[in-house]
Design a protein around this ligand. Structure first.
Ligand SMILES: [Zn+2]
Length: 476
């Protein structure tokens, strides 16, 4: 593995940080987490860290900060949310991360702050922080206002998700290029380790040579069943989802688990699902883009701490509860990239094919219009998001594979390949057939039927042979 070589002393500090964070003497950092933390602490080179969904990306900066605190070495970190198309979503994620970090830092002198564009406008900028959560828009405002504020020694961690959203924004290019130019080390945390994606992003933000922490063949493939069902009528979908949830509650009645329902289509569809659940007394929270800010914060806290079984949300990433075992994708996903994010709502501790399932209820919903694909590709080229040497076919395939609804639809309509293997192969991550998804089960049934047919044929043949032998004997 291409990990930073962790010295025993460094490992002790990281493990001590894990003990502190989890308030447990037996806690220790995962090997990959320790490598990433050490890389951050040494701060030599820009890097990508390949981490599976829910395998502890946020743990990296939390542990690193705790370790630095114990070593009495002050390093300020800025956590930058880079969502360009879903600004609202980035604010939600940031609030959640802020709450999480605050919880882990209890009893230390570490200070966590968050900064929204409104804070920058109102000049409510805290200069006293160890970990700052900031949206890219607030960051851009801040850089315009006080460009030299973040000088050398400050490191940025950002999320890969956002830089690769289909709607690149010029101000982001500039902001990030400035970071790289000021010798500020950037660490990108990625749940999808496509090598082309890393090259393009590295080029886009001017990283030059970057280090990759973690390897694709070591990527933890979630042991989760993928069920795909296609429906032609979106009207009855909420009823079908409700039925499935009732079945789950009967079959898993002895354990407690939560259900995340992703409704990417419309807020109205999300409200319809929520109504259907509430009418049957299934407790449910809902988070959509039109909720008020204070309501969003309450809902996220409630999802973490209260008993409601279901979350209906138009948002796929960053909203976590460790007891989720079932994720429903309602109607469609906008891309395979978003599908992987949806998948990631089931955390490793609950990933077991005996009880964890990604249920895809597809209706063929497609919001894209003629020419969208060409416009988006053109946008990427015009904004120099990929090197000039990239040929059109490579770019088209790359974009289509991960970020366009067409590849999601091809995925759904594939009826002879393992869904899980297919999904991760789009990220360049190799995996074995799962033997549990809709297609694998179908193939099993088919091969079982083939074995039976063969046995039947053998029986007929052996009978024929027996009759032949008997006849020969009689002749003799
Ligand atoms: Zn499979």
């Amino acid at each position: 593995m291409k990990y930073h070589i962790v010295t025993s002393q460094e490992l002790i500090w990281t493990d001590n940080a894990a003990k502190k964070a989890h308030n447990s003497a037996s806690a220790r950092a995962a090997d990959q987490q320790a490598s990433a933390v050490m890389h951050l602490m040494n701060n030599f080179q820009h890097a990508f860290v390949l981490f599976g969904c829910g395998t502890g990306k946020s743990g990296i900066y939390i542990l690193q900060q705790l370790a630095c605190c114990m070593l009495v070495s002050i390093v300020r970190r800025v956590l930058l949310s880079l969502h360009t198309t879903l600004c609202l979503q980035c604010i939600i994620c940031k609030l959640l991360r802020h709450m999480q970090a605050t919880k882990y830092f209890l009893g230390t002198s570490l200070r966590v702050e968050k900064l929204l564009p409104s804070n920058v406008v109102a000049d409510e900028i805290s200069s006293d922080f160890d970990l700052l959560f900031i949206s890219i828009h607030a960051f851009k405002d801040l850089m315009d206002k006080i460009p030299i504020r973040f000088s050398n020694g400050t490191s940025k961690i950002s999320s890969l998700t956002s830089i690769t959203t289909p709607n690149p924004n010029c101000s982001i290019t500039q902001t990030l290029r400035n970071l790289a130019r000021h010798n500020i080390k950037i660490t990108l945390l990625s749940a999808t380790g496509n090598t082309l994606l890393m090259d393009f992003v590295g080029h886009y933000i001017g990283l030059g040579n970057f280090k990759v922490i973690g390897e694709l063949d070591q990527y933890p493939i979630p042991d989760v069943v993928i069920n795909v069902k296609c429906y032609s009528d979106a009207e009855v979908l909420s009823v079908l989802v409700l039925q499935r949830i009732k079945q789950l509650n009967i079959s898993k009645k002895d354990c407690s688990f939560k259900i995340y329902i992703v409704v990417m289509t419309t807020d109205a569809a999300a409200a319809a699902v929520r109504e259907a659940l509430s009418a049957e007394s299934i407790s449910c929270l809902m988070l959509t883009s039109d909720c008020l800010q204070s309501k969003k914060e309450d809902t996220m806290l409630a999802w973490e701490e209260r008993e409601e079984q279901c979350m209906v949300s138009t948002i796929v990433d960053g909203i976590d509860n460790g007891t989720v075992e079932d994720v429903f994708v309602y109607s469609a996903s906008y891309s395979l990239f978003r599908l992987i994010q949806s998948f990631g709502r089931i955390h490793p501790a609950r990933q077991n094919h005996d009880h964890a399932t990604l249920h895809i209820f597809d209706t063929g919903y497609d919001p894209s219009r003629d020419g969208d694909f060409e416009r988006q590709l053109n946008d990427i080229k015009v904004k120099n998001m990929v090197p000039n040497s990239t040929d059109n076919t490579t770019l088209e395939k790359f974009y289509q594979d991960l970020f366009n609804i067409q590849s999601y639809q091809d995925f759904i309509n594939c009826n002879n390949q393992c869904y899980r293997k297919l999904l991760f192969s789009h990220c360049g991550i190799p995996s074995d057939v799962c033997e549990t998804c809709t297609n694998c089960r179908k193939n099993h049934v088919m091969s079982d039927a083939a074995i039976q047919a063969r046995a039947k044929q053998d029986e007929i043949e052996s009978n024929k042979e027996y009759v032949r032998q008997q006849l020969t004997k009689m002749k003799d």
